[in-house]
Design a protein around this ligand. Structure first.
Ligand code: GLN
Length: 213
């Protein structure tokens, strides 16, 4: 039997409650005992099995998060050590190594630089800022997934350990690099919790004791 898992939602700004509810729903679907918590006190990061960095505004989240360098460092260290993390939209940007804005170029915002990708922020332009579309994500099943895009980024470059999970219009919009998942869209804004289920499966896989050789 696995112990109860603990998932935190980084609670600075953005879709905090929606991610909280999607995680609860995913735990229920998997019939797994787990706790979901709003992370405001960063010491809590130490005993989490998984963390969600919600969609919102990446410059706001990164500015507020980096006000305290110790918190910034702790979060980065924990993810590098293997804490499972899922970033949606602004969360994906925050996790990325490099980002630029389609309209204004270099944004010089502080990034966690953990997910080996380059993102183009606000990549869909004015006419198409917010939209919904059906995405093929084979990893979570055949049924298309409703992608809710709100001034979302696209992933322009990926490092060698990064797997593409979904594309839209020839652009990469969801990726996974081992314990790190990122989406350009907002899975928390749909009734379909399959990506949160996949995130929890990633957490469980990560928790398994590694084989001793
Ligand atoms: N455009 C936002 C940013 O660059 C992301 C938007 C979102 O998370 N919906 O941070």
């Amino acid at each position: 039997m696995k112990d109860k898992i603990k998932i935190g939602i980084l609670s600075i700004q953005g879709d905090i409650e929606e991610n909280f509810n999607a995680c609860k729903d995913a735990l229920k679907q998997l019939n797994i005992e787990g706790e979901v918590t709003n992370v405001k006190d960063y010491n809590e990061i130490l005993d989490l099995d998984g963390l969600i960095v919600p969609g919102g505004e990446s410059t706001v989240i990164s500015t507020l998060l980096s006000l305290n360098q110790a918190n910034w460092k702790l979060l980065k260290e924990r993810i590098n050590e293997g804490l499972s993390v899922m970033g949606t939209c602004a969360g994906l940007i925050l996790l990325s190594k490099r980002s630029y804005d389609k309209r204004i170029g270099e944004t010089k915002q502080k990034l966690l630089e953990i997910l080996d990708i380059t993102v183009e922020r606000n990549a869909f332009g004015r006419q198409h800022e917010s939209f919904e579309t059906e995405l093929e994500i084979p990893l979570i099943g055949e049924k298309p997934f409703k992608g809710v895009f709100i001034r979302g980024p696209v992933i322009k470059e990926t490092g060698k350990d990064v797997k593409t999970l979904a594309k839209y219009d020839n652009e990469i919009v969801a990726v996974q690099q081992n314990n790190i998942i990122g989406t350009s869209f907002h899975p928390e804004l749909t009734e379909d919790s399959r990506l949160h289920v996949h995130f929890i499966k990633t957490i469980l896989k990560n928790k398994e004791p590694k084989n001793i050789r």
